[in-house]
Design a protein around this ligand. Sequence first.
Ligand code: PLP
Length: 418
Amino acid sequence: MTRYARRVTGLAPSGVRKWFEGAGPGSINLTLGQPDFDTPAHIKEAACRALAEGKTGYTPNVGIPELREAIVEKTRRENGVDYTPDQVMVTAGASEALLLAMLAIVDDGDRVLHADPAFVSYASLASLAGGRPEGLALDDRLRIDVEAAKEQIDGAKLLVINSPSNPTGSVEPAGSVKALVEYAADAGTTVISDEVYEHFVYDGVTAVSAARFGENVVTINATSKTYAMTGWRLGYAVLPTPEEAQIFKTLNVNIISCTPPFIQLAGQEAIENPALTPIVADMVRQFEQRAEYVVQALNAIPGVTCAQPKGAFYVFPNIGGMIEKLGVLEAYASLPKDKQEKTSPSTMFQLFALYKHSVATMDRNSFGKLGTEGRHYLRLSTATDLESLKEGVRRMTAAGADRAGFAEYFKRGEHLGW
Ligand SMILES: Cc1ncc(COP(=O)(O)O)c(C=O)c1O
């Protein structure tokens, strides 16, 4: 067999996919981070028009000028930051923008800071680029503890901010973003601001763009979540200078060259057409209503506490009390150290709920390990229709009360995370 490079053999599989694969027929899936809505018709029509017009060849490596103009205009209008099109790099989703940023900025051994828990790719891509990912602790409201973060920023190459956050649904207040960006600027640390959930904010909260507070910010965004376009693979990075955009371009030439022209034109339609505004607003309102329902239903489960998310489309309940009653903590404590290291109490509950009660959720440990000791969370995606959410929470409640079932499951020793 080919001897594969350490950079890939060390990569963790995506937790979402791993658990998704374990779900049997009839399972309720509350794991996926993609809107359960179809891409709006205007956007599809724009792609079809572009195809009919023969827009099928390579494009400039940085993206077509019309889309970059639209991104500049959007950034001015919605984010209050002025750029020129030569600072914009169009990518295949936010994922490619993150990859380019890590490859372009991180040298061997560089420290890359991100919240813990966070979107899994930050740590994976930082490692892939040769860097050392490092978690930042969150406060009780699941937001970055700014004072603690400052102590880690000195000497770090990169700081990733993701607000609204996957997986916690929290939104960083403007004051925190400003303090982090300014402190990072003084320390010579570049900030990556991943704003893919910027439109998903609730309860009158707004998410502020980090680039408003300094010139050391690379903003990453995508049409994926806002316009229900996850499969289209369209994103972008906005760089502090045109020269930096050229560095991203040179990398992109060697990776995917460009994103398809008809996809870029569809993205331009999404960003520019005002008819999309009420469609997006309606989707956001539905997510908010679902979150209200789920949070209330989760808080009704004995031993579960769940805060109302301020953004994104996830709820992040603390299930500590419930799994204690269920006997999970005791079972975990009885495990030998090597098994304990491979699993966690929330992982054990999550797998029990998946395999015995047919409801798929994500465990806290899929998003990092910092501060997990004694704190047990799950992530549930509200990008799921209300009926499925209701049934999912009903199954979670049943799993949480099934002490005998858990004891039996634990005795069998299968699917417990090691
Ligand atoms: C925080 C965050 N950033 C980036 C991405 C990737 O987005 P894309 O599908 O545009 O690559 C995701 C997807 O779940 C995400 O949650």
